[in-house]
Design a protein around this ligand. Sequence first.
Ligand code: NZQ
Ligand code: ZN
Length: 385
Amino acid sequence: MNDFEFHNPVKIFFGKNQILKIAGQIPSKANIMLLYGGGSILKNGVYDKVKRGLKDFKVTEFGGIEPNPTYETSMKAVEIIKEKKIDFLLAAGGGSVVDATKFIAAAALFENGDPWKILSLTEPVKASLPFGVILTLPATGTEMNKNSVISRKSTIEKFAFSSPYSFPLFSILTPEAAATLPRNQVANGIVDAYVHVIEQYLTYPVNAPIQDRFAEAILITLIEEGPKAYANPADYDAMANLMWSATMALNGIIMCGVPGDWSVHSIGHELTALHGIDHARTLAVVLPGLWKVLKEEKGQKLLQYGRRVWNITEGTEEQRIDAAIEKTAEFFESLGIRTRLSDYEVKQDTIEEIVRRFEDRKWLELGDRGLTTPEATRKALEYQL
Ligand code: NZQ
Ligand code: ZN
């Protein structure tokens, strides 16, 4: 097992009737900004509950945060925060609202010029406003991690940052509110969480059996419970299991002491930036392609994954690896998530653009052992044309 440090300070409230507890979690004199997206919280009861919970506080609202939240919208919130001297943020919605809030919280206290530097990774975050989260969509794990992903319209880019200052103070997880999710968003959530586990698990063996077993448990739970939540988002038990699986998939626990990859995400972010494809759908395209390229290098873990998660025990090693890749793509397709670039009308010119961007940024050896070179990226995407 590799050396590691682990710290996760996020206080979790999970389940029904938890939102009213917010008042007790926020300093009594706080001047709050409530941030939300395009209005889903107005329809699923979350907004009313939050307003009730915050009746004794001064609250400024900032709605309209878009899926794949932008730097441009975030900076409008920063302006209002400075003007109104807001000192506590509350995000209510999916990963996009939470990620925007993380960036806004850091940008509001950023002292070294343009806060875009946080995303271009030229300046670290040194401070952040405190913030809480009410999560209504199981997918990203952002509710219990320190990461944020922001897009910039003017340059058609999508970048992530990670900072110990960007952990939420608390997160309230509401499977009940997720009942109003459109089924395609539930499918997105299942696939995003699934690929988060894969990015931390499917590298190479380092004799870390507890991490492997945790990861496999999350994958198997997503395979068993995900389709129930997809069939009926109002199935509370299934949605609760999906929500907690998605949180566990990216809260730092399964990444302790093991190598990570994350190149599927890096390539996927380009497909979102260039074509606006939902995050999870980009991952469902890239993952099978990259596995086909790195079959040999990731062979041992692919065999273990096939055996323990999909019960694949017959055939030669190569046949079992191919079957594991096939099963994964079939699972995504069973949730209505297409796995080919042609399904999204993406062609060779986009592959060339992604490879060019990686070369320009000197992203020459991404992922586990630096295996995801620009050439491997090209091949992976060409497999999925
Ligand atoms: O905007 P509203 O009206 O709230 O509607 C949203 C949005 O249209 C809707 N929605 C959310 N909860 C709902 C609901 N509709 C009905 N009922 C509910 N209960 O769902 C739509 C999608 O929401 P969004 O927040 O964009 O989805 P998700 O949670 O999947 O977040 C995706 C973003 O997270 C980033 C992605 O790149 C993408 O930008 N990620 C963040 C990560 C992190 N911070 O650790 C890791 C991930 O890998 C990912 O990259
Ligand atoms: Zn993701």
